[in-house]
Ligand binder design. Structure first.
Ligand code: HPA
Length: 275
């Protein structure tokens, strides 16, 4: 199924009616167990995904399924508390739909977060990683099908998906907040099954530092429609084969809880420093 530009505009108009003239500038997507930052938004207007045409409900654990508009660390934000994943049975076009609507509402910057497995054996579970680049080789593009030129070009450049300027801001924020920050490549995997140890070794050989089931489609769509992107992974666990015990979703959510405060300080520090 292909969405038309008019459908995106209709969804944006539906949200716009609830915002009393507020225009968001920074879109935030909060991943597994990291959603509570959305509760700190001031003068918040919450819009459940179910109230917006063509927004899909998130069925993933730890994903609240609503937009929160308001002010966070001095920035006008639109927070996605939870996201939809391809593994939930949604097309990539559906996965990136809300993001494109936020673009129409005025967002020119995306801060995207996720929980991911750590594929780098020199790092540790619980580390925070600034995403420098991504690998999404084995699955179709969210831009597949007819191009909507109102959003961007048919063949967008992906040399700098994750903005060098924003990464510099993130490094400075981490330094000044005293937060240790890794920097590396996010390797996208379909899910919902966690990877096999052989897949993790392959991801590592190909240049991945983290493995995860989200983010990469949204970032492609965001850059396509002209947004500047900053991305963070919470390395919630060592990836398969790098830790002795089997992986569980509970472990991922608990790691999110444990990192919540540190992670919030990092993201808020970045928002404060955005020009
Ligand atoms: N693999 C994929 N996605 C994940 C993982 C993982 O190990 N941990 C959290 N999200």
């Amino acid at each position: 199924m292909a969405f038309t530009y008019a459908q995106y505009e209709q969804s944006a108009a539906c949200i716009w009616e609830k915002l009393n003239g507020f225009t968001p500038r920074v879109a935030l997507i909060l991943g597994s167990g990291l959603g509570s930052l959305g509760d700190r938004v001031e003068d918040a207007v919450a819009v459940p995904y179910g109230d917006v045409p063509r927004f899909r409900e998130s069925t993933a654990p730890g994903h609240r399924g609503r937009l929160v508009f308001g002010t966070l660390a001095g920035q006008r934000v639109a927070v996605m508390q939870g996201r939809v994943h391809h593994y939930e049975g949604r097309s990539y076009e559906e996965v990136v739909y809300p993001l494109r609507v936020l673009r129409l509402l005025g967002c020119d910057t995306l801060v995207v977060t996720n929980a991911a497995g750590c594929a780098n054996p020199d790092w540790n579970a619980g580390d925070l990683m600034l995403i420098s680049d991504q690998i999404k080789l084995f699955s179709e593009s969210p831009l597949r099908g007819e191009n909507l030129p109102e959003f961007g070009p048919r063949f967008p450049d992906c040399s700098h998906l994750y903005s060098p300027r924003l990464r510099e801001i993130a490094r400075a924020a981490a330094r000044e907040e005293g937060i240790a920050l890794r920097e590396g490549v996010y390797f996208y995997c379909y899910g919902p099954q966690f990877e096999t140890p052989a897949e993790v070794r392959a991801a590592r050989l190909l240049g991945g530092d983290a493995v995860g089931m989200s983010t990469a489609p949204e970032v492609i769509a965001a850059v396509h429609c002209g947004m500047e992107v900053l991305g963070f992974s919470l390395l919630s666990n060592m990836a398969a084969g790098l830790q002795a015990h089997p992986l569980t979703e509970r472990e991922v959510l608990e790691a999110g809880e444990a990192a919540q405060e540190r992670f919030a300080r990092l993201v808020l520090g970045c928002l404060e420093r955005l020009a």
